[in-house]
Design a protein around this ligand. Structure first.
Ligand code: COA
Length: 174
């Protein structure tokens, strides 16, 4: 499994089908998926099918990457960059609850921004979160991203449709 990014405490590597159980378990915690748009996987097999079909690394040269604690080899969640339909590149992160509050999301996300600008040559990266998702907004603001606007989460999303989202962006020159 190829390492993409290394930080002080973390390795970010491509997700693989072997991560199906972790991805399934991660999304089973209602607190973890409270502010996200999609439903948890129904089974580990569903997570495996998702990972088998996950072709963003090949197609876009980026994606959500597994976050692994270097010292213990523990899988703590994911962080990464994806190309949205609008053409914007979006930064996102999701960690097991037991790993919250240790600065891991900020550390991983900061490294993803650097990778996006310096290695992928991106000019702009966006991030969005439900306005009520204080932890996520806090991470985004700690990264130095600038508030762009509030927007409504589309009603057709599986979860949180109709709620208020906050969009942030960072330009390379910032
Ligand atoms: C968002 C998430 C990745 C943050 O992970 P993390 O490793 O705990 O983040 P960090 O420790 O780097 O930073 C979190 C910051 O938010 C703060 N924070 C956490 N919960 C908070 C809350 N309820 N209200 C206000 N601030 C809060 C922390 O104190 C910290 O700021 P500080 O360093 O100034 O103290 C994690 O909470 C998570 O996985 N949530 C569920 C998935 C999710 O919502 N993802 C984002 C979708 S947009």
């Amino acid at each position: 499994m190829s390492t993409i990014i290394e930080t002080d405490r973390l390795i970010l590597r491509e997700l693989a089908t072997e991560d199906a159980r972790e991805i399934y378990n991660l999304n089973q915690d209602p607190e973890v998926v409270k502010y996200v748009k999609s439903s948890p996987f129904e089974s580990i097999d569903d997570a495996r099918v998702f990972l088998e079909g996950y072709d963003r690394y090949k197609k876009e040269g980026m994606g959500r990457w597994a976050c692994i604690i270097k010292e213990t080899n523990e899988f703590i969640g994911w962080c990464g960059l994806i190309m949205e339909e609008s053409g914007d590149v979006d930064l996102g992160f999701r960690l097991y609850r037991k790993n919250w509050g240790n600065g891991y999301a900020t550390e991983a996300a900061k490294a993803c921004l650097k990778y996006g600008f310096e290695e992928l040559g991106l000019k702009r990266i966006v991030a969005s979160a439900l306005a009520e998702n204080k932890a996520s907004i806090n991470v985004i603001e700690k990264l130095g991203m600038t508030f762009v606007k509030y927007f409504e989460i589309p009603e057709e999303e599986e979860h949180n449709g109709g709620k208020e989202g906050a969009l942030y962006a960072l330009e390379k020159e910032d």
